[in-house]
Design a protein around this ligand. Structure first.
Ligand code: NAD
Ligand code: 0WE
Length: 262
């Protein structure tokens, strides 16, 4: 019997088979969870429906986190099939593409800053706010973050402050919702080639750098992330909340690669 048997988990952020949220769905389905899915816009609907079907789910709902009404509608519709559920995965981030290259101070704008923070950080607590009354007393909320919140990564720019905000949000949510039995954690993933990483300058070079510096000498993949997300949604992690778990092969603990030992 899988360690998520009996759990009902909502998954956001599937845009393709490469999405981190797809790896999360795979791992959770394998562990026996029942899944529901959201899609951002109509163009993604049929793709997410196919993915849902492959995981034995018919629950596919629209949610564009830029609109309050879309978030509240999501949970009104979900309540019709699942009056209560056991948590969700927030795998959503966005900044206007022109914000993600060039000198930070020169490129950042009030609008870019606001959009990045609203979609990538506020949306996590916005979803928690709307679903709080439906969450069971052994629930778990999980978001995805990146080391650019704490270290300067060239071109990550305004997404760095947005992820820092998301991580602080995770701690405040954990404190607020803990008494109701809801745990809230973030996974800090190493770089993975997904749609959100396509078109990013020097991404291939970043992946090779990670391979050369990370203790495990490889980059992580969506199954590595999915397995940890499944653990965080299970009762195996009952003692963990407000935590940022690095799933990056140890990249964040290092400063230099092996070549410096000779
Ligand atoms: P992805 O492009 O597959 O997923 C991003 C998702 O965000 C898409 O499904 C998209 O529909 C959704 N989204 C964007 N704006 C939205 C909105 N307004 N409303 C609803 N959904 C919206 O890329 P991914 O890499 O799987 O990204 C998932 C998460 O993982 C993001 O939070 C990202 O920051 C994080 N992350 C990614 C990496 C990486 O290297 N790929 C590393 C660390 C963290
Ligand atoms: O969080 C992310 C990506 C987030 C992201 C990606 C895009 C691309 C398309 C947010 N907004 C957009 N907007 C778009 O128009 N990652 C952790 C992946 C990532 O993105 C980078 C990275 C890494 C790693 C950007 C620059 C440098 C490194």
């Amino acid at each position: 019997m899988g360690f998520l048997t009996g759990k009902h988990i909502l998954i956001t952020g599937i845009a393709s088979h490469r999405s981190i949220a797809y790896g999360v769905a795979q791992a959770m389905h394998r562990e026996g969870a029942q899944l529901a899915f959201t899609y951002q816009h109509e163009k993604l609907k049929s793709r997410v429906e196919e993915v849902a079907a492959s995981f034995g789910s018919k629950i596919v709902l629209l949610c564009d986190v830029t609109k309050d009404i879309s978030i509240s509608n999501l949970f009104i519709c979900l309540a019709e099939v699942w009056p209560t559920f056991d948590g969700f995965i927030h795998a959503i981030a966005f900044a206007p593409s022109e914000q993600l290259c060039g000198d930070y101070v020169k490129t950042v704008t009030r609008e870019g800053f606001s959009i990045a923070h609203e979609i990538s950080a506020y949306s996590f607590v916005a979803m928690a706010k709307e679903s709080q009354k439906m969450l069971s007393a052994k629930s778990s909320l999980v978001t995805l973050t990146y080391l650019g919140s704490k270290r300067v990564v060239p071109n990550y720019n305004v997404m760095g402050p947005a992820k820092a905000s998301l991580e602080a949000n995770t701690r405040y949510m954990a404190s607020s919702m803990g008494p109701k039995g809801v745990r809230v954690n973030a996974i800090s993933s190493g770089p993975i080639r997904t749609l959100a990483a396509s078109g990013i300058k020097n991404f291939k070079k970043m992946l090779s750098h990670c391979e050369s510096v990370a203790p495990i000498q490889r980059t992580v993949n969506i199954i590595d992330i999915g397995n940890v997300a499944a653990f965080l949604c299970s009762d195996l992690s009952a003692g963990i909340t407000g935590e940022i778990i690095h799933v990056d092969g140890g990249f964040n603990i290092t400063v230099m690669n092996e070549s410096f030992s000779n």
